[in-house]
Design a protein around this ligand. Structure first.
Ligand code: FE
Ligand code: MN
Length: 361
């Protein structure tokens, strides 16, 4: 029997029996392993849709003008010492963090999942981390920053080191050939997906995002601000990807969802939040440039609760409101289409712009 399957406006005629079997054999983990990239029939439609959406939001660093940033960077009066420190921190932290995420996506998550449409969207995720890493090189070269100074940020700032240790701890033992029929191993993998998606990309990125976008809001380093806005939009897709992946994995593997495991995850988020708050105090030792570290810490609590809630865990601060409502507007890329003259908008197909996760903050 033949049956027609529809994906968007494309249709495919498949042998029904084969298609049903392929569908049933698709799982997040422990599904059918095949070298052929059998996307059809799609089981995880959301993953394919997300892939299309991510692709439609493609951007390239060189499309963002950096002249204004360079002028300000060279001037003695346009940027204060603490503003320069924030920019250096941002470039230094993300230069390394993007690589850590990309590596984990490629060598842990994409290796361990079995359904092709999940591998498809995770490949795009890894590529976006490459774009982000490349955008940081572009910032470094445009401003004439010494790359070693940025590297040093990652190696010498104690609070960054601790964030890094926390993250790599859940990644290093999860390479190829992990036996995912064991509940404990499945939990380790789910923990990895949670920590990378919800604790790191979902929360620990947001301290610096907020600071840099706050500078951009005051017209300081607008090119860098623009790239961080695009990066943040990409990150909101990554957070959503890893969130949905996590939820489906729990649904398909109810054995992992124990009270003890939920407590573990909550504990990891608490640790991650503390590390981020320590880091924020390093970045904002004094309440300068119109930013207060207390507000930032409460923003971090707010973001952490959104992430916990997104994966069905208890939140830590019920009733807490977003102390930075302006940030939600700042990243609303839709609104700035007319202001921004670069070529970036040409990559964006109108349909996908409607999908920008402007409620992500
Ligand atoms: Fe990234
Ligand atoms: Mn990311």
């Amino acid at each position: 029997m033949e049956k027609t399957y529809q994906i968007g406006d494309k249709s495919f005629v498949l042998d029904e029996e084969k298609a049903v079997r392929a569908f049933q054999e698709k799982k997040v983990i422990n599904g059918r392993k095949s070298v052929a990239f059998n996307l059809l029939p799609l089981k995880y439609q959301w993953a394919y849709d997300l892939y299309r959406n991510m692709k439609a939001n493609h951007w390239e660093p060189e499309d963002v003008p950096m002249q204004k940033d360079l002028e300000q960077w060279k001037s003695d009066s346009d940027l204060s010492e603490s503003e320069r420190w924030i920019i250096m921190m941002g470039i230094g932290y993300f230069s390394a963090a993007e690589g850590i995420v990309g590596d984990n996506i490629q060598h842990v998550i994409r290796e361990l999942v079995t359904a092709p449409e999940l591998k498809l969207v995770l490949g795009r995720h890894a590529h976006e981390e490459n774009i982000h890493a490349d955008s940081l090189l572009y910032m470094i070269s445009s401003l004439g920053i010494n790359p070693h100074e940025c590297e040093a940020m990652f190696e010498q700032v104690e609070t960054i080191l601790r964030k890094n240790e926390f993250i790599t701890e859940v990644s290093k033992n999860l390479r190829r050939d992990l036996d995912l029929t064991q509940t404990a191993n499945k939990q380790e993998f789910a923990k990895n997906v949670f920590v990378f998606g919800q604790c790191m990309e979902g929360m620990q990125f947001y301290g610096l995002f907020g600071m840099i976008l706050s500078l951009a809001r005051q017209n300081k380093c607008p090119g860098i601000g623009q790239m961080f806005r695009y990066t943040l939009r990409d990150e909101s897709n990554h957070i959503d990807l890893l969130r949905q992946l996590f939820l489906v994995m729990v649904e398909e593997n109810p054995d992992i969802w124990t009270d003890e495991f939920k407590d573990d995850l909550l504990g990891l988020m608490k640790t991650a939040v503390q590390l981020e708050k320590d880091f924020i105090c390093d970045c904002l030792p004094v309440n300068s440039v119109g930013l207060s570290s207390e507000e930032f810490c409460s923003y971090i609590d707010y973001i952490a609760d959104r992430r916990l809630n997104g994966v069905g865990l208890d939140i830590l601060h019920p009733g807490l409101e977003n102390p930075f409502p302006w940030l939600a507007e700042t990243i609303d890329v839709k609104k700035e289409q007319n202001f921004f003259e670069g070529r970036v908008t040409e990559y964006q197909k109108s349909s996908s712009l409607a999908e920008v996760a402007d409620d992500e903050l």
